[in-house]
Design a protein around this ligand. Structure first.
Ligand SMILES: *Cc1c(COP(=O)(O)O)cnc(C)c1O
Length: 827
């Protein structure tokens, strides 16, 4: 069982207090003007934006040097944390940087007449979208907390040339375009020419004087770029070190002189290819050689870098590496790190197996992000062996020793041994990365109480039987700086006025809102800030889609990756049901009219995910019909906003009245979108899943619109043999909805377009949409009823905010520090 029960709600972590920062306006102004003078396009907004980021980066770089100097002197007091992640979904950096430097509010005064506004500066910055969704955004929030809490740390990632694809909608269908975020350069990063490491691939293993040594067939150089991330109310900054692949040698000059120009440069392409693109799917292993190469490239460069730093700081004391360094695996994507660390300790530093393994285990920890079997990473043995022959030897040795331990503990249980082995022997032999991560880690955590419980009951049950103390829970959190202070200045000012401004650094302060939540004036002020945000979103929808929506309608929002388990389709079934009900019964469900609603979707589908892409198309088909039906008017509008990402989320979330968190119970590991919405005063309609559960406990269960089957019920129904067709036959409303979709009511009478989608619902419905439909629709009516009473709605929303103190990323990182990394608290 996880060490921490779900009920243990600790108070928020308090970042170390700092002396007020010096006024940097004069420095900033001077740097800005110098940077602008070097631009040929000094008139344009792009140039002013670039000059402002260069000025801010220069000031942050000074803080970086001071932070590093302080950390190098920390001695044996604290571990340094190395957070390895294939994804960091950073979004824009400008606002956060200016806020950290204390320059955001005074910007116009600082830059003087004719200078661009903060909004104009921000608008020209592309998102750094080096991640797919929640997992990558979590990593970005962690960097914010590392700096804010003053944790000695490095984030390590890849510097993808193209991040998450840009989503275009054409005729209701998703088109993917390459993301060109580096086209104008990246003013936030610093090239570190002195930090470059060779990373090998392929080749063979030779024996040399008792040591094994890997002789790779090819070598690619990993060049470091640092992305500096500031903290809140502190001079400390954290670093995201991103690796860029470079060829280890220049063009083949002889080939070039023979006129074979392409052949002369073939290896350049081969190396650069490595960080061309982020894999556009966060839930299925890409199963491709390039992905495995990317993973090893990240791991090898990062481990070499941290070893070099450790040896420099400790005067070559390799033995203390595990005591002074944490190596954290964000999901299994960097799970080769312990194997690479073992290789370097054994082969390069000459340690014996036992000491190398002790050091590796002392350093390594792992966060699991999903229990879905199809999302578990494994690699075919022949591919693994061809690319990483020495690492395969090490994996075999780890496995042999590990399985001996299993057999000693569970004699005569070869079935168990086969389940637990690092090698899946069924069919094509494969290396199991989750198993490698668990075996090599001292601590393994899930990301919400429910998920961590399920993790030890299902996916890792065998491992929990062997090592119960290894598993724990750390519930996710989000940064209140970006997601409240910067995204929602109106609400932030109201909070400052009502409970003081301490919530930015200690989100637990929000609970002071609870006794005031019923206040009439506060409720009205809250609704006023919400209204302004809704007007801004309505303007955006009109600009983007040419669609007029009523800013007084209830804004009902579901924005996240499009995935069957997240059940955007259930939301859409409700939209269709409501549409049909409005047409059939204009007087409303109880004769008092319909509560006007604007339903907003946004999200990307993985490029190869057919069902998800069909859902996007169906949303557009339904929107076309509903939005143009004169019988409906503003009682119902449906908007799909293309190209979901951090910056779009920052516009949409502050404007939401209702947050849709409706995954099938037991499938969403945690969710973090749910937290951002509640923090911004949206009420949640949600299933008893992921972190929704802890949120409901924090705000009081009655303050969330909870519906649907619970995890145990889902399991029972599936075990008993679920027949979705019974729901279709029994529920007239549901039947009307599905018949209309399959009958072509939204697809110009094209009966085939959604035949497959509906057939799946009627025959398998693996995510139980039909089983939860009636409960969902009934709960939506409760939402309408409360929304019709503005004072009661405002009170509910304020109680939601008041209960969100636990979900700060500062609390999350405080728990990782204490429970996972065991880094002594500073001071
Ligand atoms: C928060 C966030 C997510 C995660 O959303 P979930 O609703 O938890 O899946 C994904 N993408 C972006 C851009 C986000 O900001």
């Amino acid at each position: 069982m996880p060490k921490t029960p779900s009920s243990a709600v600790k108070s928020a972590e308090k970042p170390a207090a700092q002396a007020p920062a010096a006024d940097l306006s004069a420095d900033f102004r001077q740097l800005y003007r110098r940077a602008l003078a070097q631009r040929s396009d000094a008139e344009r907004d792009v140039a002013t934006s670039a000059a402002a980021s260069e000025a801010a980066r220069t000031l942050l770089a000074e803080r970086w040097a001071a932070t590093q100097a302080a950390d190098a002197k920390r001695g044996a007091k604290a571990k340094r944390v190395h957070y390895l992640s294939m994804e960091f979904l950073m979004g824009r950096a400008m606002h956060n940087a200016l806020a950290a430097l204390g320059l955001d509010a005074s910007l116009p005064a600082t830059l003087g007449k004719g200078a661009p506004s903060l909004q104009a500066l921000i608008a020209h910055e592309p998102d750094a979208a080096l991640g797919n969704g929640g997992l990558g955004r979590l990593a970005a929030c962690f960097l914010d907390a590392f700096a804010t809490l003053g944790l000695p740390s490095f984030g390590y990632g890849l510097r993808y040339e193209h991040g998450m694809f840009a989503q275009l909608i054409q005729d209701g269908r998703q088109i993917e375009l390459p993301d060109e975020w580096l086209r104008n350069g990246n003013p936030w990063e610093l090239l570190r020419p002195e930090l470059r490491y060779p990373v090998g691939f392929g080749g063979m293993v030779v024996a040399e004087g008792g040591l094994r040594r890997w002789v790779p067939a090819e070598t690619i150089l990993a060049q470091a770029y640092d992305f500096i991330v500031p903290g809140h109310a502190t001079e400390r900054v954290s670093t995201l070190r991103q690796w860029n692949a470079q060829p280890s040698h220049s063009i083949d000059f002889a080939a070039f002189c023979r006129g074979e120009h392409l052949a002369a440069a073939a290896h350049l392409l081969e190396s650069e290819r490595l960080n061309w693109v982020l894999y556009p799917d966060d839930s299925t292993p890409a199963g491709r050689e390039l992905r495995l190469r990317q993973e090893f490239f990240l791991v090898s460069a990062s481990v070499q870098d941290m070893l070099a730093r450790h040896l420099r700081e400790t005067k070559d004391d390799i033995h203390s590496f595990g005591r002074l360094n944490a190596v954290h695996l964000n999901d299994t994507h960097p799970a080769l790190a312990p194997a690479e660390l073992m290789r370097l300790l054994l082969d390069e530093h000459g340690l014996g197996w036992d000491e190398a393994w002790a050091i590796t285990r002392q350093a390594t920890s792992y966060t699991n992000h999903t229990l879905m079997p199809e999302a578990l990473e494994t690699w075919a043995l022949p591919l693994f062996e061809r690319l990483l022959p020495r690492h395969l030897e090490i994996v075999y040795e780890i496995n042999a020793r590990f399985l001996a331990e299993v057999r000693a503990r569970f004699p005569h249980d070869e079935a168990r041994v086969a389940r637990m082995s690092l090698i899946d022997e069924q069919g094509e032999r494969r290396v199991r990365m989750a198993t490698l991560a668990v075996v090599a880690s001292h601590t393994v955590n899930g990301v919400s109480a429910l998920h961590s419980d399920l993790m030890v009951q299902t996916l890792f049950a065998d491992f929990a039987a062997l090592w119960p103390e290894r598993f724990t829970n750390v519930t996710n959190g989000v940064t209140p700086r970006r997601w409240l202070a910067q995204a929602n200045p109106g609400l932030s000012a109201l909070l400052d006025k009502t409970i003081g401004d301490g919530w930015r650094a200690d989100l637990g302060e929000l609970k002071k809102l609870a006794p005031k939540a019923a206040g009439k004036k506060l409720g009205q002020d809250f609704l006023k800030t919400k209204q302004a945000n809704k007007q801004r979103l309505a303007d955006y929808i009109r600009r983007e889609l040419g669609l007029a929506v009523n800013p007084d309608s209830l804004f009902d929002v579901q924005i996240k990756r499009i995935h069957e388990y997240k059940r955007q389709l259930l939301n859409l079934l409700h939209v269709v049901a409501r549409y049909q009900a409005i047409v059939a019964n204009p007087e409303g469900p109880n004769g008092q009219g319909w509560q006007p609603r604007t339903v907003v979707f946004a999200g990307k589908a993985a490029s190869a995910y057919v069902a998800a892409k069909q859902i996007i198309q169906l949303i557009h088909d339904v929107a076309r019909v509903v939005n143009s039906d004169p019988r409906v008017g503003d009682k119902l509008k449906l908007a799909f906003l293309p190209n979901y990402g951090v910056s779009l989320a920052e516009i949409i979330i502050p404007a939401a009245d209702l947050s849709e968190q409706i995954s099938t119970a037991g499938t969403e590991a945690s969710g973090t979108g749910n937290m951002k919405f509640a923090l911004n005063g949206a009420c949640t309609i949600g299933t008893w899943d992921g972190a929704n559960i802890e949120m409901a406990q924090g705000m009081g269960e009655d303050n969330m619109f909870v519906f649907g089957l619970r995890t145990e019920q889902v399991a029972q129904i599936k075990a008993a043999g679920y027949d979705p067709r019974l729901h279709y036959e029994e529920n007239l409303q549901l039947r009307g909805v599905l018949d209309a979709i399959v009958g072509g009511a939204f697809s110009h009478h094209d009966h085939d377009r959604y035949k497959g989608l509906v057939h799946t619902l009627l025959t398998r419905d693996p995510y139980l949409l039909l089983a939860d439909f009636s409960s969902y629709v009934a709960t939506q009516l409760e939402v309408d009823a409360l929304y019709a009473q503005p004072a009661a709605w405002a009170e509910r929303a304020l109680r939601n905010i008041a209960g969100m103190g636990f979900f700060s990323v500062d609390r999350t990182i405080g728990e990782y520090r204490d429970k996972v990394w065991a880094v002594p608290a500073k001071r």
